[in-house]
Write a protein that binds this ligand. Structure first.
Ligand code: TPP
Ligand code: MG
Length: 467
């Protein structure tokens, strides 16, 4: 009884506050308040906002029927019946710093990178590419069941990671191993995960390339496309509530942006003013589906404005442009408490995964053109060379060092570990096989595929399974 009286008086006070503000809620004066004050007024109204929006006083017309003051700002009345065009004449331009030959373009404008950071960016891009080559081959040799490369997208991976702070929480799709590499996840840790051995953080319960690391603020990869986007918004909102000097960052592909989760997440982030950076790697393909079969808008960037999210389109193969845009985005996200959308234009040079053969649905010369002429690693190398920070000798030292780390230390150690870790692999296989006997929804089907791979993997190393 006492509780319901308290609730009643709480609502009464809300209604009073609402009544006193209702008359000017949509009045121009309210727009003079700072965003912060305005938000706190509106936030305190919560339930009463609905009543205000249908109040006749809300539609007072100070400019004699030329303008309607409507939630969100004044709306002009016009006599023409004007449909908004489905496309603008000019496409949204793309921010870049370096041309395809690594030369700064006319009027270039970027956030300065120190020599130390630039060299780490370059060596990590080369490391990521070498790691991809080795593990791709390891899959082809049947040593691991599955792998995803980031070939052609090294700049998005590494340069974005370089522009973030370690406290920023990352929600990846699956083609962003480079972010984890930048944060200090070792080659041995990658191999532990890929071989599901006993040192794997996930204890062999995930399919290969589904890395995660609490230590590195990197949420575990989930194959279910786009689910991570709304998780990032929730995390960002929580960081804001806790007044943390950090943001959430989520990566996804063009295919991810075709999922409903992307749209819900953008809208939710805009309304809650969550400090989250959405990084869309628009690489032209969602497995075999080209972007022309996914959307007819001017890419993904225009969707930001539709949801009230500040957005930019960037050349995804230009490490300096990515670094600058992500750093600026982070600054705005954290200090202004707002979401930012970055659409990075790039190309998936590799197959979708080791389960795909992309030459079946796209011309080989298209792949080759992007691989050679628009290579983000070679482009950045030219820039650091022109700065006098890199030369052929440094390059061969780097390659020798990588060869040592990748071939000798890691791959051989993996082979041993995977045999030692056979019992863990056995557990994972049994677990998946049990799971596929459940209901046949999409996720189960998906796990069935992985179960099939795991089964092959298990049988190769541990003998026949009788179930
Ligand atoms: C919810 C869901 N639907 C479908 C799939 C199958 N699938 C896996 S990856 C992928 C394409 C994703 O493309 P994109 O987001 O552009 O990323 P990219 O592989 O190009 O980096 C699809 C459809 C899935 N994993 N999850
Ligand atoms: Mg894609």
């Amino acid at each position: 009884m006492r509780k319901s009286t308290a609730i009643l008086s709480h609502f009464k006070s809300k209604m009073n506050l609402s009544a006193s503000l209702r008359s000017n809620q949509f009045h121009p004066n309210l727009r003079n308040l700072t965003t912060h004050n305005r938000n706190s007024v509106l936030f305190s109204l919560l339930s009463s906002r609905r009543f205000a929006s249908i109040s006749p006083s809300a539609f007072k017309d100070p400019l004699q029927n030329q303008v309607m003051d409507f939630p969100g700002g004044p709306v002009e009345f016009i006599p023409e019946m004007r449909f908004i065009s489905e496309s603008s004449k000019e496409r949204i331009p793309c921010y870049r710093v370096l041309d395809d030959n690594g030369q700064p373009i006319l009027g270039h404008n970027f956030v300065q990178v120190s020599e130390e950071v630039a060299l780490k960016m370059y060596t990590d891009m080369v490391t990521l590419r070498s790691m991809d080559t080795i593990f791709y081959e390891a899959q082809r040799q049947g040593r691991i069941s599955f792998y995803v490369t980031a070939i052609g997208e090294e700049a998005i991976n590494i340069a974005s990671a370089a522009a973030l702070a370690m406290d920023d929480v990352v929600f990846p799709q699956y083609r962003e191993a480079g972010v984890l590499l930048w944060r200090g996840f070792t080659l041995q840790e990658f191999t532990n995960q890929l071989f599901s051995n006993k040192n794997d953080n996930g204890k062999g319960r995930q399919m290969p390339a589904h890395y995660g690391s609490k230590k590195h603020n990197y949420f575990t990869v989930a194959s279910t496309i786009a689910t991570q986007i709304s998780h990032a918004v929730g995390a960002a909102y929580s960081l804001k509530m806790d007044k943390k000097d950090a943001c959430a960052v989520t990566y996804f592909g063009d295919g991810g942006s075709s999922e409903g989760d992307f749209h819900a997440a953008l809208n939710f982030a805009a309304v809650t003013e969550a400090p989250v950076i959405f990084i869309c790697r628009n690489n032209g393909w969602a497995i075999s589906t080209p972007i022309s079969d996914q959307f007819r808008s001017d890419g993904v960037v225009v969707k930001g404005q539709a949801y009230g999210v500040r957005s930019i389109r960037v050349d995804g193969n230009d490490a300096l442009a990515i670094y600058s845009a992500v750093q600026a985005a982070r600054q705005m996200a954290v200090t202004e408490e707002r979401p930012i959308l970055i659409e990075a234009l790039t190309y998936r040079v590799g197959h979708h995964t080791t389960s795909d053969d992309s030459t079946k649905y796209r011309p080989a010369n298209e792949i080759e053109w992007w691989r050679v002429a628009r290579d983000p690693v070679a482009r950045f190398r030219k820039w650091i060379e022109n700065n006098g920070w890199w030369n052929d000798m440094a390059e061969s030292e780097l390659i020798n060092n990588l060869r040592q780390r990748l071939y000798v230390d890691d791959l051989l150690a993996i082979g041993n570990n995977s045999v030692n870790g056979a019992s863990e692999v056995h557990q994972a296989t049994k677990c998946v096989l049990r799971y596929i006997k459940g209901t046949l929804d999409y996720r189960v089907w998906f796990n069935f595929n992985q179960g099939f791979n795991l089964r092959g993997f298990y049988e190769r190393y541990c003998g026949t399974i009788n179930c």
